[in-house]
Design a binder for this molecule. Structure first.
Ligand code: GLU
Length: 509
């Protein structure tokens, strides 16, 4: 099938959770595809059997779904370019490796790990502290370039383990036109003869990515900047295989850096800040891996993708809050920055807060209900619908709804009475006792009337209202937060109010 439309791919390896950088790559692919009415392909790069994690593929699919950036083609979907798992495309890679050998662009290498180690020791010089398997050393090694046809035949007959390496040309400059970085030049002499086919018969990433981008007619390839040094190998493979005019346009995305801009985000930062999209159920609790991802921390998917899109891109307007549709409309490669993008967890929470503010009660209600349930709070639907608009501006993460609304459903376990103790005296006790008596039979549905009565009683007792209202809040809510206190009373009712105030008074006595 020939196609001229835009085709992009997200090509993760199923080796663990999907982290920030990976999802951002997926998101940029998705936005580019949507903007150009193209297709977004998910390809599972599972050729490294030693790092394969069962369940990781489904996890990736679920994460993309949660983010609302589901692919158009993939191992779980139909599509004309499958199979979409590299482990199921093994035969093609070997065929290309053999073609390259026949053409003289690749060779068999039989070197053992010890022989490779010897080579590194033998060729190490001050100018070249870590020698690679390249044009300078290849003719000294045990490979089909240095063997006779007879020797080669014998080794293959004996089934001596081998790898296939690319033969990088000598003395050439390779030019790559990167969509973000512009012209990038590489000297082939600086690039080693990368392994294309491993001893287990599986291709390496280098061979597989080229073969599959070609077969799947990928037009634009987005990937992390860490792959830029491998680009000359890929360009040579496109050329050797005779497909150069079909090579996708490349975009190497900026690294994601720590908030201070110092260095790439590490796994340890991830453990601290919860980088996976969501918790992984195959996680080994003993491995020390984190149990939480952005979803469990209480991020909304809309906020999460919005935040990710701004990691290395902006539309130039200074605006920061965008829906996925708006992002797809405005996305442009020209506005992706070259420099690393700082990830700031506080900023990520700000995005979420803005999205909580912006989301309707209908959107939030099921999410808040689930969050409260997970914390042992059963909330009546009607009550929840009233409370969410009252407290949502105070919540950065969905989990903040627990603190901000638990007291509507249960008495605070440990009200912070120590905050009021220093200024507490018998006048205040007397005031609250009088107020309890007066309000006992009150039907507490009128916040304004309750407030007026409270104020009148305070002035009659010659006490400052503020010095009584704060204690009342702490008794009812547990701390110094929450919406206006008489509105809280009108929702929790007079019975709960009386009970909480009495408990507090007995502790203050
Ligand atoms: N499998 C590679 C990775 O996980 C994909 C890189 C690419 O997109 O070409 O990083």
């Amino acid at each position: 099938m020939e196609t001229t439309s835009v085709r992009v791919r997200f090509a993760p390896s199923p080796t663990g959770g999907l982290h920030l950088g990976g999802v951002r790559t997926a998101l940029f692919n998705y936005l580019f595809a949507r903007k150009h009415n193209g297709s977004f392909v998910l390809r599972i790069e599972d050729t490294d059997q030693t790092r394969f994690v069962p369940g990781a593929e489904q996890y990736i699919i679920d994460c993309l779904k949660w983010c609302n950036i589901a692919p158009d083609e993939g191992p779980h979907l139909d599509g004309h370019f499958g199979p979409y798992r590299q482990s199921e495309r093994k035969a093609t890679y070997r065929q290309y490796a053999e073609q390259l050998i026949t053409q003289g662009n690749a060779y068999y290498a039989f070197d053992t790990p010890e022989e490779l180690e010897n080579m590194r020791n033998r060729f190490r010089t001050e100018a070249n502290p870590s020698p690679q398997y390249d044009a300078r050393v290849r003719m000294e090694m045990k490979n089909s370039l240095t063997m006779t046809a007879e020797e080669l035949h014998q080794e293959l007959e004996k089934k001596t383990p081998y790898v296939v390496r690319i033969k990088m040309p000598a003395g050439r400059e390779i030019l790559l036109n990167d969509m973000i970085r512009g012209e990038v030049r590489f000297q082939t002499d600086q690039v080693d003869d990368k392994v294309l086919l491993k001893a287990d018969g599986m291709p390496t990433y280098h061979l597989a990515v080229v073969a599959d981008d070609y077969a799947m007619q990928i037009t634009h390839a987005f990937r992390g900047e860490e792959w830029l040094p491998s680009a000359p190998v890929h360009v040579m493979l496109w050329e050797y295989l005779g497909w150069k005019e079909k090579m996708p346009e490349w975009a190497h995305l900026p690294l994601i850096l720590k908030p201070d801009g110092q260095g790439k985000l590490s796994k340890r930062d991830g453990d601290r800040l919860g980088f996976p999209v969501f918790a992984m159920d195959w996680q080994d609790p003993k491995s020390g891996d984190i149990a939480k991802g952005f979803r469990e921390m209480g991020f909304l998917p809309e906020a999460f993708v919005n935040m990710l899109a701004m990691l290395g891109w902006n539309d130039g307007s200074g605006e920061e809050i965008f829906t996925l549709e708006e992002l797809a409309e405005r996305f442009s490669i020209e506005r992706i920055q070259k420099a690393g993008a700082k990830f700031d967890f506080e900023k990520a929470k700000w995005f979420n807060q803005e999205w909580i503010k912006k989301s309707s009660v209908a959107t939030l209600q099921p999410l808040v209900r689930t969050t409260l349930q997970a914390n042992g709070i059963e909330a009546a639907e009607e009550m929840l619908g009233t409370i969410i608009p009252m407290v949502k501006d105070r919540c950065q993460l969905l989990n903040d709804f627990v603190q901000q609304s638990a007291y509507f459903f249960q008495d605070p376990a440990k009200p912070e009475l120590e905050l009021i103790k220093p200024k507490w005296d018998s006048n205040k006790t007397a005031f609250f006792e009088g107020w309890l008596e007066k309000t006992e039979a009150t039907y507490a549905d009128n916040a304004a009337a309750l407030e007026a009565e409270f104020k009148e009683m305070a002035s009659a007792a010659q006490l400052k209202v503020g010095e009584l209202q704060l204690p009342l809040r702490i008794m009812l809510v547990g701390g110094k937060f929450g919406p206006p206190v008489f509105e809280i009373i009108s929702l929790i009712g007079m019975e709960a109010t009386q009970r909480r105030v009495k408990t507090a008074l007995s502790e203050l006595a």
